[in-house]
Structures are given as structure tokens and as C-alpha cells.
Design a protein around this ligand. Sequence first.
Ligand code: SF4
Ligand code: SF4
Length: 240
Amino acid sequence: MRIDTEKCIACRECIDFCPMNSIAEKDGVVAIDQDECVECGVCLHVGVCPTDAIFRPEEVNRYPRALRAEFSDPGVWHPSTKQGGRGTEEMKTNDVTGRFRRGEFGMALEFGRPGTGARMTDLEKVLQVLVTMEVELETNNAVFAFLEEPLTGKVKAEFRNEKVLSAILEFKIREDQLEQVVRQLQPVLADLDTVVSWGLATRFAKDGTLPVRSRLEALGVPARPNAKINMGMGRPIVEL
Ligand code: SF4
Ligand code: SF4
């Protein structure tokens, strides 16, 4: 995003709306830090500028910069998946999709939050560990369009320094891999210069318990159970 200095009257109205704190005033001039701006579009969509000085330049529609808006602005779709958002739609509706079967865990690593964002290099550090383990990466995730092929976990050179508000890596593991995956990823995640939320999708056991909770507790991983309930979707529960 840019600010037209000819139109801007330095009223500062837009500054507090930026979730990345990338708009600032210096010596009476309000400008956007282009390295930190994730192209989320909030400053423009909120419509607070009295002089219409905020604008999206043409370069935002071209790669590599376009990657930022694809992951950060809900109104911009990913050309590779023809969807918006940061992850795949079906991960949270496993009871009707059956994507994660008994004996498997679905996992999602959500990089970045308002105020921090995430660089593609953050995802790369984790991906390079994941590709060394027998995990099944979700290739329908939009992140895959920006990775080197054949898959090494590296991001294509032109996208490595791009920054987004948030991006999600999704993968599937066998239940017996839980301890190995947690132990290998924990030090990598702790070393990143951003925040990561770690989600695990599992099925209730037949007796209504969630056995994974005690395994996570033994690993020192705090778990906060939650569920997405599908009301009235008219689709039967998948039992696989
Ligand atoms: S597009 Fe988003 S990140 Fe960039 S300056 Fe505007 S509000 Fe901030
Ligand atoms: S709201 Fe518009 S005029 Fe006011 S500081 Fe921001 S860009 Fe400038």
C-alpha cells in the first residue's frame, strides 16, 4: 500500500488502523514502511482517509509482492487454489469430510498474528524439518505454489523475504509419530521471529475420551480443546 504525498495532509487518522504498525509519521510526513506492510488492505478498506491519499499501486498485483495480499487480505484469492484465506477449508470439518482417519492426527501450524506477521523464511525453516519426516503435507494449501520443486522445503528465491499477516501449514501424521514430530519441531518453532499457533485435529475415541490430551501433557504441551460443530449441513458423520 502507498500514501500519495501530494494528497496526504498528515492527519494521522490511518495510523492506528494498521495491524502491522507499518504506518508512521516522521517530520510531518506520514508514510508506509514497505518492508513491513503485508498488503492486508485495512487502511484502504476502512475508508478513514479524508483525502483519498491511500492507494494500492499496480505492483501489488504482480509477484512477488502479490503474495502478501493473497495471504493477508481476505478479499484477495489465491490463483493456485482459487480460494481465499490461509489454509484449506475442510480441515475444521473433519467429522463430515473424514480427511483425518482413525490412527491419524491432522496438524496445522499458523504463523503470524496482527502485530507480528510472518516471513516466508519462517515457514521455510519449519518445512525443511517436516520434509525429513514421514509426514503428509497438504498440497492443496496455497503455500505450495511458492515452494521449490522437487520439494525440499525451500521457498522459491523470489518469495523468500515476502511478509504476510498470517499463513498456515497443514499436514497429517500417524498417531505413533506424535512424540517425534513434537520434539523435532519445538526447538525450530522456539527459534522463529514470529508467533505460531499449533492446532491438532483428532477424533474422539469410541468411549468419548480424547487420548491425545494425556500424550500432549506428557510432552509438556498445553492443549486447549475446542470444536467446530457442523449444524444442519445435511451430511452424515464419516466413520473411517
Ligand atoms: S495494507 Fe495493511 S499492513 Fe499495509 S499499511 Fe495498510 S493496514 Fe498496514
Ligand atoms: S488518513 Fe490520509 S491524509 Fe491522514 S495521514 Fe493517513 S494518508 Fe494522510
